[in-house]
Design a protein around this ligand. Structure first.
Ligand code: GLC
Length: 456
């Protein structure tokens, strides 16, 4: 939707609201990303103008489905997970020496962006500052940054340019929690420290939102040790939307934002709220040299379909080495998934909510009256899907379009004469055309199904 067609733009909406607290006091309803989430309660509803604006800003993201997360920092030099500093109790003075050993290849991000594109990912989200506090850009607010230490380059600039060169949307991860800054912990108990640290934090975010052109996603993380009030998160979001009217923000500065962020699991949000499941490819976000617990291309393709079934996004992480190169198992799996998406993308991108769910060998997505059956364990030449409530008009293999024979009764769609072995890898997709939106009954055991000698 064109921004001009919206009666009240976000900016106008925010300007008309003035201060969040004043608006609340006057009983005005704030846009969801502005309002503080009531403890344990559902996120507040958006008014019509804010909802329309949110829909406009999020359109590309919903269609995108698949993004690349990148965790990269001084911790990559250690190669023992991005939490090494805290987990191992490494003193700040010792940890910050890692900067002298952080010398990534020039333009390492180009290879990430090329891989993301080949993988069928439509956007990227890079750690601009993780919990360790090291800033990957040319900031005026600290010398603990890549422009003044280590590479002596603006790595955010290189990343932004690389993503744009491949036609990908640009996201910034930003950790509010900071283990390096002197006020990063004491801000919880010392008001002067809080004010300094909030000014610093808002200032860093302001730089990120001002100096790199249009940014598509701001991905906050960990708001320890302050509450959203302490961080002045409403003011923070107001500044962000003021500088970047088209941006979307997540929910990790303590406000609902535009989307939720289930981590390391896939779970749809209630009430149609947008969500993105973020996940590692092994067990670590940052580079962990000997973590060999890699997900296969099949697992990734399955997870992607699981997200798509409930119209969620999948943000899949790479943890580059300190020189910026990508671990080989990540390259292999992402390349395979990308090739699979080139053939089967119709069953993932821009699909609609799908109620059908039950199978021991397949996942499901839907577009209109077409049900896509994602067979991760190929069932062989003769198999069934139970409980479909619609009349099936046709069935075919998605790749190549070969028609499949079938019979249907009240309980079973029975497919026969399919290939004995999986025609596509790592997942074979079938397209089943129904006479209406495909649904499935969900009882665990179908009590009314005829049993031997009964009900026939
Ligand atoms: C957690 C971890 C962090 C990681 C993030 C990704 O919050 O603390 O290391 O960046 O998850 O979602």
């Amino acid at each position: 939707m064109d921004r001009k067609t919206i009666p009240l733009s976000r900016r106008a909406c925010l300007q008309s609201l003035g201060g969040g607290a004043a608006a609340l006091a006057a009983g005005t309803r704030l846009p969801a990303m502005m309002a503080t989430q009531p403890a344990g309660g559902p996120p507040p509803t958006l008014d019509a103008a804010a909802a329309a604006d949110q829909q406009r800003r999020m359109q590309w993201w919903h269609a995108a489905r698949f993004g690349m997360f990148i965790h990269w920092g001084l911790y990559s030099v250690l190669g023992r997970h991005e939490w090494a500093m805290e987990m191992e109790g490494i003193p700040v003075a010792e940890y910050q020496q890692l900067a002298t050993r952080f010398h990534p290849h020039p333009h390492a991000a180009r290879a990430w962006a090329r891989l993301a594109r080949a993988a069928g990912q439509k956007y990227m989200v890079m750690t601009t500052k993780h919990h360790e506090g090291f800033c990957h850009w040319d900031t005026k607010l600290t010398n603990y940054c890549s422009a003044q230490q280590g590479p002596r380059r603006d790595l955010v600039r290189e990343y932004v340019d690389a993503a744009r060169a491949e036609g990908l949307r640009v996201g910034f991860y930003y950790s509010l929690m900071d283990w390096h800054h002197p006020d990063g912990a004491r801000c919880a108990t010392d008001e002067a420290a809080r004010q300094r640290f909030v000014a610093y934090t808002h200032g860093l975010i302001r730089e990120l939102m001002s100096n790199y052109g249009k940014i598509d996603v701001l991905w906050y993380d960990v708001h320890w040790p302050l509450t959203p009030e302490g961080w002045e998160s409403e003011k923070m979001n107001r500044m962000v939307f003021d500088l970047q009217p088209d941006i979307i923000v997540n929910n990790r500065n303590g406000l609902p934002g535009d989307f939720s962020t289930p981590e390391q699991h896939i779970a749809a949000e209630k009430g149609g709220r947008a969500w993105e499941s973020c996940m590692t490819m092994n067990d670590s976000w940052g580079y962990q040299r000997t973590d060999d617990d890699w997900k296969s291309a099949k697992t990734i393709a399955r997870n992607l379909a699981l997200c798509a079934r409930d119209t969620g996004n999948y943000l899949l992480n790479i943890g580059p080495l300190p020189d910026g190169s990508i671990p080989e198992p990540s390259i292999e799996a992402l390349t395979t998934v990308g090739q699979w998406l080139q053939r089967n993308g119709e069953a993932i991108y821009d699909t609609e909510p799908c109620q059908v769910n039950r199978s021991a060998f397949a996942g499901f997505t839907r577009r209109g009256n077409t049900l896509y059956v994602h067979c991760h364990f190929w069932p062989g030449s003769d198999f069934g899907i139970g409980g479909l409530r619609n009349r099936v008009k046709s069935a075919r293999l998605l790749v190549g379009g070969r028609p499949l024979q079938f019979q249907q009764d009240d309980f079973r769609l029975h497919i026969t004469g399919a290939p004995a072995t999986a025609p596509d890898q790592p997942v074979t997709v079938l397209a089943i055309e129904c006479d209406s939106e495909p649904t499935q009954d969900m009882p665990h055991i179908r009590k009314d199904r005829p049993r031997l000698g009964v009900g026939i």
